[in-house]
Design a protein around this ligand. Structure first.
Ligand code: HEM
Length: 501
């Protein structure tokens, strides 16, 4: 029995290794003739991905490599060629001016295993174009980026404020509360419903998102050596990830089934309803991509990206406010002057809340939650600045190299909201400010995220003073984060003191 088990694990590994070896040899033969961008020394087949993992702070590794090899350099993720694109000019040249050529997603273990190459985040070509367009149009119809959504966001904010009040000014972990409230905004648009803060099933989904975003960042080695997932145990969290995806998909599947049971063409209330109508309209078309699977994967993309990113940004903002009391005092002073304390801040106030807006922009720049943007690829052999980029190469857009470029910001390491305020006291919008990336594949949820940040953060500061736990000085080190798919703060506790009792 023992032998059989051993054999079961060994066979796929051996087959995987041999297949990989043959592929690698063919690839090196082909690449041997190409003029590839410069890059650090690598071991054939093993690559040099450790260059990215050399420091727990991914940004330090990226900055060292950028300094050494310039704006366009190569790395080998296992046997796979990856090219990092750094600096605003190079990013604009590749992903904006030549966006049509570099907007595909590469094949990866996670895009095939988790997304099954469906949804929006992992698709390419016509399927991606059709579904990105459909998603944006549909979400706009349900309020995306429109002031009509403000009321819904205010409802979620009021619930969050009362959940925080329940903590009685004791130290607590605010992350889950923020995550649930933010998620409920996108939930209203996709599922047409709200989940309670103490809903255990929903709470598990939130915990799964956290785990997923933490474990599956750009330096998880199993992405470069997929056969490692067959090793006994679960060292690279692949089995855990698959169990998690199954749980979330069942959660989404139940909600889709309920929508199908109650489907009424005269009552289009959310994204799922609109997608079901599209499925019906395409039912005679044999190769239609409006399928139940595509619906489930698109919802998974919107639900996870729409929850984790914005919640992480708000959590960073609260941590910075607790550490930087002088900045918090200035933000509160402005809100108190412009809005007062009798009503929630609204989008109309945004124009006058210049310092608060500048603070939010500085959080987006400085915490840079998507340090390296999602991978892109090209479907044919291309050249960039004279370098060959073979088809299928993974292109990694280094957002950090732009948001921390001293030539653009002068003192990028300083946390200084004033950098976004012009001489006349108006808000500046530098074109290099790209936390949501740029070009054709930029963030689908930018307008929603900006609305949420502009409403949640001022409302929280209006009601509470955020402080470190008593007797503890949170210093700048507390602001170090962990790098996964997003850059998020390490778990921390905070106190929320009511301003007007
Ligand atoms: C502060 C919040 C957010 C930040 C910083 C952010 C940032 C990003 C970045 C950098 C990308 C990668 C672009 C690329 O492919 O290179 C992206 C893609 C994406 N984001 Fe966001 N995002 C945020 C919020 C949201 C929200 C609220 C949603 C919900 C709808 C969302 C949905 C998506 C989707 C679906 C994609 C994939 C787009 C595609 O592949 O065409 N994001 N985001």
């Amino acid at each position: 029995m023992e032998f059989i088990e051993h054999d079961f694990y060994l066979n796929p590994i051996c087959i995987g290794l041999i297949a990989l070896l043959i592929l690698t040899l063919c690839m090196y033969k082909r690449q041997g003739r190409a003029k590839l961008p410069p890059g650090p020394w690598h071991i054939p087949f093993i690559g040099n991905a450790w260059e990215l993992a050399a420091d727990p702070d991914l940004r330090k590794s990226l900055r060292r490599l950028h300094k050494q090899y310039g704006d366009i350099y190569r790395l080998y993720m296992g046997p796979k060629l990856a090219v990092v694109i750094s600096g605003y000019e190079a990013i604009k040249e590749v992903f904006v001016k030549r966006g049509g050529e570099f907007s595909d997603r590469p094949d990866s273990l996670f895009s095939s295993l988790i997304a099954e190459n469906q949804g929006i985040v992992s698709t390419s070509g016509d399927v991606w174009k059709e579904h990105r367009k459909f998603t944006l149009t549909t979400l706009r119809n349900f309020g995306f980026g429109k002031t009509s959504l403000e009321e819904k966001i205010h409802t979620e904010i009021s619930i969050l404020l009362s959940e925080i009040t329940k903590q009685n000014e004791e130290p607590f972990r605010i992350q889950l509360l923020v995550q649930t409230s933010v998620s409920n905004v996108i939930n209203a648009m996709i599922f047409g419903r709200h989940f309670k803060h103490d809903d255990p099933k929903f709470g598990k989904v939130m915990a799964i998102f956290d785990e997923h975003f933490e474990n599956n960042g750009p330096n998880n080695v199993v992405a470069f050596f997929p056969f490692l997932r067959f090793l006994p145990g679960d060292m690279f969290h692949v089995k855990k990830t698959l169990r998690n995806v199954k749980y979330v998909e069942e959660f989404i599947g139940d909600l889709i089934d309920k929508h199908m049971e109650n489907y009424d063409e005269k009552k289009m209330e959310d994204f799922i309803d609109a997608f079901l109508l599209e499925m019906k309209n395409h039912q005679d078309q044999k190769d239609s991509t409006f399928t139940k699977k595509q619906l489930s994967k698109t919802v998974l993309d919107l639900f996870s990206a729409g929850t984790e990113t914005t919640a992480t940004t708000i959590t960073w903002a609260l941590l910075y406010l607790a550490v930087k009391q002088d900045i918090q005092a200035r933000v509160f002073h402005e809100i108190n002057k412009v809005v007062g304390t009798d009503r929630l801040p609204s989008l109309q106030d945004k124009r006058k809340l210049v310092y608060t807006e500048a603070f939010i922009m500085e959080i987006l720049r400085s915490c840079n939650i998507v340090t390296v943007s999602l991978p892109h690829t090209c479907s044919v052999d291309l050249k960039i600045r004279g370098f060959d980029i073979p088809k299928g190469t993974t292109l990694l857009p280094d957002i950090d190299s732009v948001l921390f470029d001293p030539k653009i910001w002068g003192d990028p390491e300083e946390f200084r909201p004033e950098r976004f305020i012009g001489e006349e006291g108006t808000l500046l919008k530098p074109e290099e400010f790209i936390p949501f990336f740029t070009g054709r594949r930029n963030c689908v949820g930018e307008s929603l995220a900006r609305m949420e940040l502009d409403l949640f953060i001022p409302a929280l500061v209006q009601r509470f003073e955020f402080l470190p736990p008593e007797g503890i000085t949170l210093d700048i080190k507390e602001l170090d984060g962990v790098f996964g798919i997003t850059h998020k703060p390490k778990p921390f506790e905070i106190r929320a003191k009511l301003r007007n009792k």
